[in-house]
Ligand binder design. Structure first.
Ligand code: HAM
Length: 413
């Protein structure tokens, strides 16, 4: 027997009952972001591999281990996009968007791909909503984009949300701090766990996450990056914090916050949900002032975030449900019924037609299931009995046009 066909591990089908909350989520995000002046951008699902190697950072886990890359027939290396920021920056440069009034405010919704070990809340194909603001270094941009994500998470009903906030300063500050931290760890090697010692050079920041008792004691006295910030970076961070306070958005300062992408500078943030377990990050982002220049463009400050659609839905107890209205259910299977349905749809009504050969009784049951506002019982001779299911009244109408007019009239009452 041929093996059973299944969706690949780490991917999933969106079945009709799951499509509704996803649509509601997209609608909420669109309303919040477009209401604040963001415009939708769509970039290709695959890009030149080099974009991500240069954009996300050659030494990151994403580029080293998680990219789905392939070679096309012209021997070009392409990659299914693992994230959206590098692509949006590429599009910004390619289409000369720096000529537009700045900052450009762009948002996106689409699938992304990372070859990670699949587990609850972690997929190989997942969806993100993202927002990027390009062309301003104003701290109000950082604060506003954090507030917008906060508004979206609240409107969706994501539970147990915490905002963690930090600042990375410039790459130079970070390099100097790294040396200081490595020296501190070396001086305390005897008290640290073997694992931390083995990774001192590779990733000294990870020591802050260790559970090992001795390591934790050492780390309580370790130097922190926020204390090493240059005065202008510190001032920027203070301004971001003042605006978050003014907006009533609570946060926890996290001097050890690290994210898996290399392009960040200054503000860094992550929203977590305590109902998610190990994969607790619902969304995150930060400022990436050096990225466009690194990709070959003119130095352009920017800031943004992305949030995982699956994780937002997993952590929202009452998933948002759009209520799609059925204005009219057409009972009857003849051509007259079909004609009435077509005419009502042209008039803008949401119409469902009997397609399963149900008995008259079955048709009425189906109309009730759909919560149809009206039922048109169309006989083969074209006569129509129109029932208003809300008012509980039925009247004979002489034509399809009259039925449509009747429903439309009721709608505007
Ligand atoms: P990220 O933190 O890598 O940032 O991803 C953002 C969100 O996508 C995560 O918080 C998580 O909810 C979701 N996510 C990531 N990987 C997976 C996965 N394998 N399965 C399910 N969900 C996942 C970025 O992608 C940056 N581009 C954000 C950004 C925009 N920074 C500045 N602008």
């Amino acid at each position: 027997m041929a093996p059973k066909l299944q969706a690949p591990r780490g991917t999933y089908d969106v079945l009709p009952e799951q499509a509704a909350p996803r649509l509601a989520l997209e609608t909420i995000a669109r309303r919040v972001l477009e209401g604040a002046g963001y415009e939708r951008i769509e970039t290709p699902v695959f890009e030149a591999t080099d974009l991500f190697a240069r954009g996300v950072g050659a030494s990151t886990d994403i580029v080293q281990k998680e990219m789905f890359s392939f070679t096309d027939r012209g021997e070009r290396s392409l990659t299914l996009r693992p994230e959206g920021t590098a692509s949006v920056c590429r599009a910004f440069m390619e289409h000369g968007m720096h000529m537009l009034p700045l900052p450009a405010k762009l948002w996106y919704f689409g699938p992304f791909f990372r070859d990670e070990r699949a587990q609850a809340g972690r997929f190989k194909q997942f969806w993100q909503i993202g927002a990027e603001t390009i062309g301003s270094d104003d701290p109000a941009v950082d604060a506003e984009s954090i507030c917008l994500l906060h508004t979206i998470l609240t409107a969706i009903g994501v539970e147990g949300v915490e905002l963690r906030l930090g600042s990375l300063g410039t790459p130079e500050t970070r390099a100097a701090y790294r040396e200081e931290l490595v020296a501190y760890l070396r001086a305390h090697e005897a008290e640290l766990s073997e694992e931390v010692v083995a990774r001192i050079e590779l990733n000294p920041l990870r020591a802050f996450d260790a559970d090992h008792e001795g390591t934790r004691k050492v780390m309580a006295g370790a130097p922190i990056l926020m204390d090493a910030l240059a005065p202008e970076d510190l001032a920027h961070f203070e301004e971001v914090r003042a605006r978050l306070d003014a907006a009533g958005v609570a946060y926890r300062l996290d001097p050890t916050l690290v994210r898996g992408l290399d392009y960040y500078a200054r503000t860094l943030f992550e929203f977590t949900s305590d109902v998610l377990g190990a994969q607790s990050a619902v969304g995150g982002g930060g400022r990436y002032d050096g990225l466009i220049e690194q990709l070959g463009g003119k130095a352009t400050p920017a800031c943004g975030w992305a949030a995982g659609v699956e994780r937002m839905l997993l952590s929202a107890e009452h998933r948002p449900q759009p209520h799609e209205v059925c204005d009219l259910y057409v009972a009857g299977t003849g051509v007259a019924a079909f004609g009435l349905a077509a005419e009502a749809r042209r008039a803008g009504l949401n119409v469902q037609l009997e397609l399963a050969g149900r008995s008259r009784k079955g048709q009425y049951k189906q109309a009730a299931r759909l919560k149809a506002g009206h039922i048109a019982l169309v006989e083969d001779d074209g006569t129509v009995a129109l029932e208003d299911t809300v008012a509980g009244t039925t009247e004979a109408v002489e034509s399809a046009a009259a039925a449509v007019a009747h429903i439309l009239k009721g709608r505007h009452l």
